[in-house]
Design a protein. Structure first.
Length: 282
């Protein structure tokens, strides 16, 4: 096994649980740290359910009890101390991520690696807050993590060549394909994905076509597995809004969020997680 034998994940939401699942199935011992006991218990159940599904589907050959023996949850950052790698997966807010990464780094051995699952924020700017920026990179996993074939490896200005190579290897050992990009707003995937999604939203807003037909055009015409509006519902409209606002601030008005997106978020229509977005998920 070339993934670190001990891995930490900060945050046990949908993405964090998926990341923990990926490393558990690759043979690592994984601890997920959450903000309180209730969140930690929910994170454990989330990961355990994902592992059980993988066993049922036959995509993982080890018994469930073996997989679960590698998983633990905690509310104490000190439990990251044995980890050779910690992946931060807290909400997409720069100040929150920066503070979390600083707190995690304080618990790690000098030779441990640290990564952020950010989908758009500057890895280089996050690294500036750290004592060992050369041991930090972006590992942008995609939702749902167990089914996704991609990890975007984001190299900050100070990311070491050793870490760049190790991250590629970890990605392959997780059964996924690495796409390596240099740090830039939105990287490659979010920048392109959000650009398409925002234009699709404008088309709905302008009455060009229905959300269903716009998505069908991309699925049938361009072989996208999921249309841009359904993908937005899966990711979360609030998440897409935050990314778009960041890209608009860093790259210019072409990423300005359309009114339809702002209005839906204001009404709490956040996509699949609330039951309604551009589609009805109830």
């Amino acid at each position: 096994m070339t993934v670190p034998s001990n891995v930490g994940v900060l945050g046990g939401g949908r993405m964090g649980a998926g990341i923990a699942h990926a490393f558990c199935t690759a043979g690592a011992t994984v601890v997920v740290v959450e903000r309180d006991d209730d969140a930690a218990a929910a994170a454990y159940e989330r990961v355990a359910a994902n592992l059980a599904k993988s066993v049922e589907r036959g995509t993982v050959t080890e018994p469930l009890e073996v997989l679960l023996s590698r998983l633990s949850v905690s509310t104490d950052y000190a439990d990251f101390a044995p980890a050779g790698l910690v992946v931060e997966a807290v909400p997409e807010d720069f100040a929150l991520k920066a503070a979390a990464l600083v707190a995690v780094e304080e618990q790690l051995a000098p030779d441990a690696w640290l990564a952020s699952n950010t989908s758009s924020l500057s890895v280089s700017e996050l690294a500036e807050k750290l004592q060992r920026p050369e041991r930090f990179c972006g590992l942008h996993f995609f939702n749902p993590v167990p089914a996704s074939d991609l990890i975007e490896v984001v190299l900050g200005k100070q990311t070491s060549e050793e870490l760049a190579g190790a991250a590629r290897t970890w990605t392959q050992d997780l059964g996924k394909t690495p796409v390596v990009v240099n740090d830039a707003p939105g990287f490659a995937s979010s920048r392109l994905g959000v650009a398409i999604a925002l234009e699709a939203m404008r088309m709905v807003e302008e009455g060009v076509a229905s959300a269903e037909d716009i998505d069908a055009a991309m699925v049938l015409g361009y072989k996208h597995p999921t249309g841009p509006l359904r993908t937005t519902d899966i990711v979360g409209l609030d998440v897409r809004l935050g990314i778009a606002e960041y890209l608009a601030a860093t790259l210019g008005p072409r990423f300005e969020p359309p009114r339809i997106l702002r209005d839906k978020v204001a009404r709490g229509e956040l996509g699949r997680k609330t039951g309604t977005g551009f589609f009805d998920w109830k």
